[in-house]
Design a protein around this ligand. Structure first.
Ligand code: SF4
Ligand code: SF4
Ligand code: FES
Length: 235
């Protein structure tokens, strides 16, 4: 099979390789074959190979995907395979995207727990059937792969937009009964670069390999921030 692979930085170009087909071959297997047998200078990123770490995401035939769980048979039925780094992010080299702005936006969206207890306190008891816990459960399995971010047109138009993954993370914490940072978080996601910029086109939800719905989480944030009082005032 002929495989076209992006080489260099953002000003680079595609390079072609001949790769032998194998049964149950994944796109990550193809990239690994090229790096191990054809060109050891090819840069790419992966860790777990089983869909847990989120580090292997790339653009495959124009679509963002996790490559370790994407079978060649599924995406290259016409015998064509073109692999590039994730879109909407700077390119470090070859298939490696620079994820810093992606994770910086998690921090901007206050995507970290603000604890209200110390390790000396009893464990918090959270009812697994409560509406808030179920909302948090719906988004908690995000692996931070960046596929949704690469699929989002609003990120493409407005690089300041926090994006679906950071906003999904914020929504899981808004629904976390143990968290004490809600006012700051809601203000962080309510600005021009926040949830109200989402156009609800659902590309993120369509492409998420974990079948999460950032669109739904963002809708929850829109409701929660609709009548937000000025920062510092009690809601
Ligand atoms: S639904 Fe919103 S966050 Fe998701 S891809 Fe569309 S604009 Fe981006
Ligand atoms: S929401 Fe889905 S696509 Fe987006 S980073 Fe998390 S796991 Fe990846
Ligand atoms: S290598 Fe970990 S998710 Fe693909």
């Amino acid at each position: 099979m002929e495989v076209k692979v992006w080489r260099g930085d953002a000003t680079g170009r595609f390079e072609s390789f001949e790769v032998p087909r194998q049964p149950s071959q994944t796109v990550l297997d193809v990239v690994t074959h090229i790096q191990r047998h054809l060109d050891p200078t090819l840069s790419y990123r992966f860790a777990c190979r089983v869909g847990m770490c989120g580090s292997c995401a790339m653009t495959v035939n124009g679509t963002p995907r996790w490559t370790c769980r994407t079978h060649v048979d599924k995406v290259a039925a016409a015998g064509r395979l073109e692999i590039a780094p994730l879109a909407n992010l700077p390119v470090v080299k070859d298939l490696v995207a620079d994820m810093r702005e992606f994770f910086d936006k998690w921090a901007r969206a206050k995507g970290q727990l603000t604890p209200t207890r110390t390790r000396a306190d009893e464990f918090a008891v959270v009812d697994p059937g409560s509406p808030a816990r179920r909302e948090a459960d719906a988004g908690i399995e995000c692996i931070g792969c960046g596929v949704c971010y690469a699929a989002c047109d609003v990120v493409k138009w407005n690089r300041d937009y926090l994006g679906p993954a950071a906003l999904n993370r914020a929504w899981t914490l808004v629904n976390d009964a143990r968290d004490g940072g809600q006012s700051a978080r809601l203000h962080a996601v309510a600005g021009d670069a926040g949830c109200h910029s989402c156009h609800t086109m659902m590309s993120c939800t369509e492409h998420c390999p974990k079948h999460l719905s950032p669109t739904r989480s963002i809708a929850g944030l829109k409701r929660a921030t609709w009548s937000l009082p000025p920062e510092g005032e009690k809601p």
